[in-house]
Design a protein around this ligand. Structure first.
Ligand SMILES: [Zn+2]
Length: 294
């Protein structure tokens, strides 16, 4: 019998990112599937994202990004988008922030936590990954963080996708088809105007940017530069897994979210997986090959 599932409980999903659009981009399609399935979902951004702009100064940018994140959260149907006040580009895996992460996990008692991997181009993403790894075991240590009561749920932790190859490429333990969610995902991502239509095109040297009077062109713009290069790429590189699970129907899948199981969280049983992913997914049979901590 699983030690994760209590009868009658609603699935709780906590997604961590470093910046106030990371959760959205990394797994927004899967989040829409969770919300549609009746799960409770919360997002956390560990920094306020106050540096990512070519002209707006930090105080104004933090406020604007909070408003953008809240607008996106409403479209996703997530119940809370927590944005901590750490400065963009300055996040470190220190003790005080480890306490904050522990407190956030204990407060919501998620069955599932999503995190970036430790190998990543951005120092804030790496620090986020380190902080969650550092909290993953001690979240249930009784005298650590005594102000935040232990809730008795040890979360299963998955890494969201990336395309880095060193020290090792992402292992696709779970693949979630998201084609049906693509349009609403793009609508939600359009809320992050300061990023997708201002800072990121500037950073990438893209000159032709659609304006707010052309919402469909804006969605197509995000799809071209940020979604297809990730979600279609993952569909192609992990296609043999999709074929194994979906057979001929795999050919009709265009976009997927890919996840890798962390060894440091709870290791799900086959029964847990039915609860954790209540929609059709490819699942590598990790319950046959991984054990609990020893
Ligand atoms: Zn980021």
């Amino acid at each position: 019998m699983s030690n994760l599932i209590q009868p009658g409980e609603t699935l709780r999903v906590l997604v961590f990112g470093a910046h106030p659009d990371d959760c959205d981009v990394s797994m927004g399609g899967t989040v829409l599937r969770y919300v549609q399935a009746g799960a409770r979902v919360q997002f956390v951004s560990l920094t306020n994202g106050n540096k990512g702009h070519q002209s707006i100064l930090p105080v104004a940018l933090a406020k604007r990004r909070q408003d953008e994140a809240e607008a996106a959260a409403a479209i996703f149907g997530v119940e809370k988008y927590t944005i901590l006040s750490h400065e963009d580009c300055e996040l470190t895996a220190d003790l005080a922030t480890r306490r904050q992460v522990t407190t956030l996990i204990r407060a919501f008692a998620p069955h599932l936590v999503f995190s970036p991997r430790l190998c990543d181009y951005h120092p804030d993403h790496r620090a986020t990954a380190q902080l969650i790894q550092d909290a993953s075991y001690i979240v249930n240590v009784p005298h650590w963080c005594q102000n935040a009561p232990i809730r008795g749920v040890t979360p299963v932790i998955y890494f969201v996708r990336d395309s880095f190859r060193y020290p090792r490429e992402l292992r696709p333990d779970v693949l979630v088809p998201i084609d049906e969610q693509l349009d609403i995902l793009l609508t939600a991502l359009c809320c992050h105007e300061s990023q997708f239509f201002e800072w990121l095109p500037h950073d990438k040297g893209i000159r032709e940017v659609p304006d707010a009077d052309h919402p469909e062109e804006r969605k197509a713009f995000i799809r071209k530069y940020w979604l297809d290069v990730r979600k279609q790429y993952d569909r192609n590189r992990f296609f043999s897994c999709l074929q194994e699970r979906f057979g001929e129907a795999a050919k009709a899948i265009g976009h997927v979210d890919a996840f890798e199981l962390s060894e440091y969280g709870n290791q799900p049983t086959e029964e847990d997986m039915e609860f954790l992913f209540p929609f059709p997914v490819y699942r590598r049979e990790t319950w046959k090959t991984t054990g609990q901590r020893s």
